[in-house]
Design a protein around this ligand. Sequence first.
Ligand code: CAA
Length: 258
Amino acid sequence: MTDYTDILTETHGRVGLVRLNRPKAMNALRGHLLAELLDALRAFDADDSIGAMVITGSERAFSAGADIKEMADATPVDLMNRGLSDGWHRISTIRKPIIAAVSGFALGGGCELALLCDLIVASETAQFGQPEITIGVIPGAGGTQRLTRILGKALAMEMVLNNRFLKADEALQHGLVNRVVTVESYLDEALKLAGEIAARAPVAVRLGKEAVNSAYELSLTEGLAAEQRAFYLLFSTEDQKEGMQAFVEKRAPAWKGK
Ligand code: CAA
């Protein structure tokens, strides 16, 4: 699929950029947009010339969440048949790092999409919230779990039960985002960060992402064992030999991605 209607894709060197592109609907995440997003991310994931990805929206809205108009009349079976949750889960199976470049509203599923990314660069106007309670539901794409793990129970409860928004500086203070920069520079900053990561040893980047994310899934003992296996595995790569040799020879390494 390349003739996308709900997203735009670009490449910037070794970085694949996806722009959510439903400006009139505040980038609401209808099923079609999610399918296109997943398709684009998978294509970048399979492309050896890409090392990292950035997802962004507009200055006004990263995304205002799942498309309320599309969901309003749905039955539980409709949602199951549409595979709503599966789409979200599949984004977490992308192997290369994804950075969310967030400005303006990141609400409901929009906040959850940012949480599915590996790093978040926010503009000063970014606002994170889970307003589902105001329309009679709760977050359905991971918000109750991921926010609680990152922010702790107290703040997550306020967000989920009482529509508490986190402004950019609070999000930074609580470790939800990596950095906050001006509206003029947030996308460039995200592309720069993605470019730096994309220039690093690709297999180590992939295993590093997997290892950090497994900290949310596994016990400490299991997580340490997974980390150890990944660490040992990297000694089978040419890039490990090259990286350590380059250090000894005081030169920059030339990565091969194998
Ligand atoms: N779904 C569908 N359409 C949406 C939308 C959404 N989530 N958010 C905004 N829009 C549409 C509006 O309906 C409006 O369309 P029309 O011009 O056709 O009326 C357009 O985008 C502009 O929105 P507003 O006029 O409301 O703009 P505003 O600046 O006054 O307010 C806002 C902005 C605060 C983001 C407000 O639009 C809003 O509260 N949106 C809904 C946020 C929300 O509740 N998100 C949770 C969705 S449920 C979910 O995400 C479940 C899950 O966990 C997966």
